[in-house]
Design a protein around this ligand. Structure first.
Ligand SMILES: Nc1ncnc2c1ncn2[C@@H]1O[C@H](COP(=O)(O)OP(=O)(O)OP(=O)(O)O)[C@@H](O)[C@H]1O
Ligand SMILES: [Mg+2]
Length: 251
């Protein structure tokens, strides 16, 4: 492999994308993309507009099928597996623009994250566990999701994803459009979720923010991985600083 050895490469990754080529019609959006997400890590996929980040998330969830390449979760192939089954195996997603059900209450939205489960007592326990992490969501259980602020909606979307007890949570630009206060809160929550044992795959345009919480990152440029490494190293990488950080090292 061309990529330098990394800390995630030395152990069996929880999720592995290998040699992914994805097309929308005749247009190719991924060129031989390989990504490894080590168990217990926060791994970030950085890249500018239209580089193929959201599509990578959709490929993992089985919402977009690559033309070639393979996807492995916990050692099992998941390419070709239906999305519902992929979710059942332990992958949850917080999609772009949150995708809450705006007319439903916060409580109803949370329960949608547990829809595949029939054990009411366990679901109630999960709700209590998740609300412990998101007390602000707990204060708004009866409010319609569509009337929440952007930051609150992001928290409900993350809480909903955690209701399915995922082993891997995939988040598409979780800080997009949020005020600085909410950005900090959401980043803290991502770290907290990870400390509690959930592996995180995060797609971000904002490299300086993402590299603060991620362990490892990949950079996607027009469908190709052009850089990969530990987050700390990338934060100081001249190429990243020029392309994404305005030449300054983030605090
Ligand atoms: N359903 C689709 N049909 C056709 N082309 C698509 C479709 N979805 C995405 N694309 C194209 O694929 C390319 C990659 O899109 P993608 O959404 O993966 O990029 P992204 O890196 O997430 O961008 P952004 O930062 O703007 O969210 C873009 O050129 C986009 O127009
Ligand atoms: Mg996107």
């Amino acid at each position: 492999m061309k990529a330098p050895p990394s800390e995630t490469a030395t152990r069996d990754p929880l999720l592995r994308l290998a040699g992914i080529n994805t097309f929308y019609g005749a247009v190719q959006v991924h060129f031989d993309v390989s990504i490894e997400i080590g168990a217990g890590r926060i791994v970030c996929l950085l890249g500018g507009n239209a580089s193929g980040k959201s599509t990578a998330m959709k490929v993992i969830l089985g919402l977009v099928r690559p033309r070639s390449g393979s996807i492995w979760f916990d050692g099992e192939p998941i390419h070709g597996v239906p999305t519902q089954e992929i979710i059942r195996r332990g992958i949850a997603s917080v999609p772009e623009a949150r995708r809450l059900f705006p007319a439903m209450t916060v409580r109803e939205n949370l329960l949608m994250g547990a829809y595949a489960r029939s054990d009411k007592r366990r679901v109630a326990e999960d709700q209590a566990r998740v609300l412990d992490l998101f007390p602000r969501v707990g204060e708004r259980l009866n409010q319609r999701a569509g009337t929440l602020s952007g930051g609150e909606q992001q928290m409900v979307a993350m809480a909903r994803a955690l209701m399915s007890r995922p082993r891997l949570i995939c988040m598409d630009e979780p800080t997009m459009g949020l005020s600085p206060l909410f950005v900090d809160r959401v980043l803290d929550l991502i770290s907290a979720i990870n400390r509690q044992g959930t592996t995180v795959f995060m797609v971000e345009q904002n490299a300086s923010l993402a590299l603060q919480v991620a362990h490892h990152a990949y950079v996607l440029q027009t469908g190709r991985i052009v850089l990969e490494g530990p987050a700390r190293a990338l934060l100081h990488d001249a190429r990243i600083r020029e392309a994404y950080l305005g030449g300054e090292v983030a605090a």
